[in-house]
Design a protein around this ligand. Structure first.
Ligand SMILES: [Zn+2]
Length: 257
């Protein structure tokens, strides 16, 4: 997904001109060596929108000017709103988010300026959705993981979600260690001692009749569970509705620790 394309571009073209519609991100400095004709279409709060003078394809250049990301035509309006609107929490919602507590990035991730708040969300249309993540970052929702993400400006109220894991469990999943298969497990149990295994950072569980908020953290050293742990299948996180907000220093105060 992340390629250099060094030397393979004709001067004055962009990767889309070259017919590459499989790769969505390119190393900007390497690409510059091919002298692409990408002109500034709009400057954003974080990064900017570029457009190819030849094929009119839009690209997003990140604030650090390290990579450009392909912008699908139907995501251009959303990206423009993301780049020009203040996507922060009101004083009231900030307090509610702080009570829930933001999950930080995994301790093995490179990026640190990132936080996500798992909650129920009421949107402008008056509807409540149970399994939502408010995501605070300086990157727009262009990568496949954020395919159908919406913007924080749609959110009018939030509440704790019964499906969200307790803050202590979420924090433990952020510090999980990798095994030889590349999994990074955290074990939790129900009040009936049914054991479940989480992989990397997890915010929500909706599994059979078990809701995330009911789960209890299990120590790897606990002899009552130790035997079963290796055999546990990894639990899939349910599908979530994402709302993108902007990263700020203030957001770092939402974090659980
Ligand atoms: Zn082009």
């Amino acid at each position: 997904m992340f390629q250099g394309l060094q030397g393979s571009l004709k001067p004055g073209t962009c990767p889309a001109c070259a017919g590459d519609n499989q790769t969505i991100q390119f190393d900007w400095r390497v690409l510059l060596q091919g002298q692409p004709k990408l002109v500034l279409a709009q400057k954003f709060q974080f990064g900017s929108l570029l457009q190819c003078a030849l094929c009119r394809q839009f690209w997003y250049l990140d604030a650090g000017e390290e990579k450009i990301t392909f912008v699908p035509k139907d995501r251009v309006p959303l990206l423009k709103t993301w780049g020009t609107t203040s996507l922060s929490l009101s004083v009231e919602l900030f307090q509610k988010a702080k009570t829930i507590g933001a999950t930080p990035v995994h301790s093995l991730a490179r990026k640190t300026e990132y936080a996500e708040v798992p909650c129920r969300v009421k949107t402008r249309d008056g509807r409540w959705t149970d399994k939502c993540l408010l995501i605070f970052t300086d990157a727009p929702p262009l990568e496949p993981d954020f395919g159908d993400a919406r913007l924080l400006e749609e959110v009018v109220d939030i509440e704790p979600s019964a499906y969200a894991l307790p803050a202590k469990v979420r924090l433990a999943t952020c510090h999980s260690k990798t095994d030889e298969k590349g999994n990074a497990r955290t074990w939790v149990r129900t009040d009936k001692d049914k054991l479940l295994s989480l992989n990397w950072t997890v915010n929500f569980v909706d599994y059979k009749k078990t809701k995330g908020s009911e789960l209890i953290l299990v120590s790897e050293k606990d002899p009552a569970f130790k035997k079963k742990m290796g055999k546990m299948a990894l639990l899939q996180e349910p599908s979530l509705t994402l709302f993108m907000g902007h990263w700020s220093k203030e957001i770092s105060k939402l974090g659980i620790s």
